[in-house]
Ligand binder design. Structure first.
Ligand code: ATP
Length: 897
């Protein structure tokens, strides 16, 4: 039987499936076998629509209204036997196609590069070892290992499971987790009931297990419904939509203007063919053809730049939302703190001490009470630390190898330093059952069996939670009843330590004769352990930056309020008198009174919060019309991450699910990266505005000049080919360079953008109009000056006038790039545009091409350029610079932006 022919894999016994798949449940496939199978099955991808071939991309460049207009112009030229013009316009069509093709190709490549950054790894058995491989390389027959928080990346038949539950809402709509096992099922069960199958696109909510991959890529159930997914992926981002509708508006304005110019020209006695060509060239000049693609490129480059700073943006639309973010909800551990969790405090009955764990020296240094090390309670603490723990830690030849929750590895380090072996504990007390840690319950417990001592229950967790399961406490060698009085004393002791920033956990145990199903009760408290997790040093500055940028930062943590408050104060996030909102006092969203709402709005620290409450907070802020960025790492954070305007997952700590649903992933988990992303988001939006204003004002200046010349019947005019040349030279390169500008110096001192903000608002429309008017006046001024003073009006030459018009406009437009900084109070030479090296490169190339048009004789002919004196050149340069100076002047006077 071929491995690709396995029908209904849920029906057969899992051993048969393994056989059918020609694989091995223990050792998996060999690398060479996997490679061979990959050639047959293909990459494990959902193909997002039909991929456009390079040829198609090239062809697409020729099907646009822009090219159609040019083709008409070329046709007309040939018809009227204007051979040179006809050939030149045809050349323009091709040059434009090549530029368009290159930009689109670059944009596509950047997107591909970004996609690669977000591929999920899968853990499989290869050559008898558990390995991590890119999930795209999974093949039928691979033995997949999954655990809570993992995305399932192929369709697979469960062969072994331990409390395995998956959430299949993406596939079936069912939001409750489904328990999985390996038992065979009847043939006719529905997808949602195939509880021995794991499906691509779903995620593991609890437990772990092994499964044999049966289908990959488009053969999976997800692949079958992929058209829906494709549609979702192809939706344009709000920014793209804004640009599209903006471009459409422009086309209508252009058409209106063109008609006016056309009629005016005819009334003034110009030839029909000249006016037709002029109108078409005008239209071509005014339509911002390159806008959408330059915008996409700017977004893609911005995203790549962020990727270099450890921020992976998964959705293009996130970039623009980032710029508008006005509240960041962040968790504490690892984002605001270093996540280097170390045990630094131990308390047993009657004694407490700070400790220092010395790994290489295999010793524990006791600050106050060394006697604790000999107490039975401490022995229990070590035992619970080793047993009620899913992490692993080894120290060999001076190298530490650790995996799992940093808090738990911190505990294993303490066990190691005390000279004990966690391995030995685990060997002596084998695990029989487990209540895994969850952010809701805030406790974890395990049940163990020892041949000599019977059953042993080990539990650890948030102090007030675990204490509620304790009925006794270990005092010396005696187990003593836990009175309310005593409980209170322990709680106060924990609170006091938490106030100094320690994360406090309680540890409890119980011996039992028999295996219990429900074992989290009647525990004996052994003691408390305090962990330090120092704040990240760069966070206070980042929080300060947020404050000046009008962004509220809120800490949402599962930790104790006192610990949270201490860390918040140290980071400059909260003051001493700020009230911490406690999760237990947080009402359900629907029941909130105005008073509660005011309290929530004011608070900056929320402690002992569970994932549902995180979701409530997102909803709350969104109702207050805020744009919410929310961090998260666990399985249960997924809904809040999805609901937030910007879901931010952690690359190091985060589960695959969190990373899957998030809009951005922080590779280094650091809070300062969020701030960096917001700064970048704002910069990208700024850049898009910059080049739109630039392109629009350049185009409008051309329109104004041609319209003026037509309406007033002046004796000089821009020729169609000249307009095309100006647009190819002065539009594309500087616009692209503007798209790569770094953030303006005071970008983080502005208020966040409103989400509905227009790219071109009233202020910008005015600016565009003023800029283009100034450029037109100085350009026409250059012609008149040259005419009146240099050539004494009598030796009037229309060609010369036209040339001065042409070159002055080119240089004014090139220099106009420097007007594209809109921050006030910054010297001209310190603006982000002046410091942008790409702008200088673009200018250099533009000037070179312009000069070539003067030096190369065929080009000169095409553009109707004549040789003229250095005095004329001086007029050109002086008036172009004058245009820059005048625009700078009106900007400095704050008459326009
Ligand atoms: P933070 O904002 O600091 O990242 P969090 O919201 O992720 O915190 P959780 O991990 O949900 O917090 O932990 C909540 C509480 O549960 C902790 O304060 C601690 O008391 C307890 N706890 C954390 N990890 C474990 C664990 N592995 N075993 C038992 N209890 C734990």
């Amino acid at each position: 039987m071929s491995i690709n022919d396995i029908k209904e894999p849920w029906v057969k016994d899992h051993l048969t499936i393994i056989e059918d798949l020609h694989t091995n449940a223990e050792s998996g496939l060999s690398s060479s076998e996997a490679k061979e199978r990959l050639e047959v099955s293909g990459y494990n991808r959902i193909e997002a629509g039909k991929k456009t071939s390079l040829f198609q991309v090239l062809i697409n460049q020729f099907v646009s209204p822009f090219v159609l207009l040019l083709a008409i112009a070329a046709g007309l030229s040939f018809f009227f036997k204007e051979w040179l013009d006809g050939i030149a316009i045809t050349a323009v069509i091709f040059i434009n196609a090549v530029i368009g093709f290159f930009m689109e190709f670059q944009a596509e490549r950047s997107m591909e590069a970004l996609k690669k950054l977000t591929t999920i790894p899968a853990r499989v058995m290869r050559n008898g070892k558990r390995e991590e491989v890119p999930s795209e390389e999974l093949v039928p027959g691979d033995i997949l290992f999954v655990e809570a928080g993992d995305m399932v990346t192929a369709d697979a038949r469960v062969i072994q499971s331990s409390q395995l539950q998956t959430n299949e809402s993406a596939l079936t709509g069912e939001s409750l987790p489904v328990e999985k096992n390996s038992l065979p099922l009847p043939s006719n069960v529905q997808l949602a009931e195939r509880i021995n199958m794991l499906y691509k696109g779903t995620f593991v909510a609890l437990g772990n297990g092994y499964a044999a991959v049966v289908n990959t890529g488009m053969s999976t159930e997800l692949g079958a419904i992929a058209t829906m997914v494709q549609q979702a992926q192809q939706a344009a981002t709000p920014l793209e939509k804004k640009i599209q509708s903006f471009s459409k508006k422009l086309i209508w304005i252009t058409v209106a203007l063109v008609i006016i110019v056309f009629i005016a020209g005819l009334l003034n006695g110009h030839e029909l063919v000249t006016m037709l060509e002029t109108s078409i060239a005008l239209a071509v000049a005014a339509i911002p053809e390159g806008l959408p693609i330059v915008a996409t490129l700017a977004l893609a480059f911005g995203m790549l730049r962020m990727a270099r700073h450890n921020v992976i943006v998964k959705k293009l639309s996130a970039v623009e939302t980032l710029g508008g973010t006005n509240v960041i909800c962040t968790d504490k551990t690892g984002t605001l703190t270093q996540n280097k969790i170390q045990v630094s405090f131990v308390q047993v009955n009657g004694a407490a001490s700070g400790i220092d764990v010395d790994i290489p020296g295999i010793s524990i240094r006791w600050m106050e009470n060394e006697s604790i090390s000999g107490q039975p309670a401490f022995e229990h603490l070590l035992r619970i630390a080793a047993l009620c723990n899913t992490a692993s830690y080894e120290f060999e030849n001076g190298i530490e190898k650790e995996s799992g929750d940093p808090l738990e590895t911190g505990l294993l380090k303490m066990v190691y330093a005390s000279g004990k072996s966690a391995q030995e504990y685990r060997h002596q007390f084998s695990k029989a059952d487990e209540i895994p840690f969850s952010s809701e319950a805030k406790v974890m417990a395990t049940l163990h069996h020892s041949s000599s001592q019977g059953y042993y229950i080990a539990a650890k967790g948030a102090v007030e939670e675990l204490l509620s399961h304790c009925t006794s406490v270990l005092e010396g060698n005696n187990i003593v009843r836990f009175t309310e009085e005593k409980k209170k004393q322990w709680l106060i002791a924990a609170e006091n330590r938490a106030q100094s920033g320690l994360r406090m956990l309680a540890f409890a145990f119980r011996n039992s004769k028999e295996k219990e199903k429900d074992f989290l009760h009647h525990l004996t408290l052994a003691g408390l352990i305090g962990f330090i997790d120092p704040p990240r040093p760069e966070v206070p500055a980042a929080i300060q930056e947020c404050k000046s940028a009008g962004i509220k930062v809120v800490m949402i943590t599962g930790d104790h309020p006192a610990t949270a408050q201490n860390i918040a104060q140290r980071l400059g996030l909260a003051n001493q008198d700020d009230k911490v909102v406690h999760g237990s006092s947080m009402k359900h969203f629907k029941d909130l009174t105005d008073d509660d709402k005011a309290k929530w709005l004011k608070a900056t620290v929320f402690a002992r919060v569970n994932p549902q409450q995180k979701l409530d907070l997102v909803t709350f802020y969104q109702e207050k019309k805020m744009v919410v960025g929310m961090t998260g790492d666990g399985v249960n954070d997924a809904p809040a991450l999805k609901k937030a305007d910007i879901g931010i997952a952690m690359g190091l700590r985060g589960t695959q699910v969190a990373q899957e649903v998030a809009d951005i992933v922080l590779k280094d988990d650091a809070f300062s990266s969020i701030v960096l992303a917001i700064r970048q988001g704002r910069a990208i939006f700024d850049n898009i505005r910059k080049f739109v204003v630039f392109l629009m004002s350049c185009n409008l200046s051309e329109l104004l000049i041609i319209a003026t010349a037509s309406v007033f019947n002046l004796h000089f005019q821009l020729f169609p080919l000249q307009i095309l040349f100006i647009n190819l030279v002065t539009d594309v390169l500087p616009a692209l360079a503007l798209g790569l500008t770094k953030a303006a110096p005071h970008i983080m001192q502005r208020k966040p953008y409103s989400p509905n903000i227009a790219i071109i608002d009233k202020k910008r429309w005015t600016a565009i109009f003023v800029y283009s008017t100034i450029m037109s006046i100085t350009t026409i001024g250059a012609v008149l000056t040259s005419h009146e003073w240099l050539h004494n009006a009598e030796r009037w030459s229309p060609e010369l006038c036209n040339n001065i018009l042409f070159y002055t406009l080119i240089f004014s437009q090139i220099l106009h790039v420097f007007n594209m900084s809109f921050e006030k109070g910054i010297s001209f030479f310190k603006t982000e545009v002046f410091r942008n090296k790409y702008v200088w490169i673009a200018i250099a190339i533009c000037i070179l091409i312009t000069m070539l048009s003067y030096w190369i004789i065929p080009l000169r002919k095409v553009l109707d350029v004549t040789i003229y004196s250095w005095q004329d050149w001086t007029v050109v340069v002086v008036f172009s610079v004058l245009s820059l100076i005048l625009i700078q002047f009106v900007k400095k006077m704050k008459w326009v932006l």
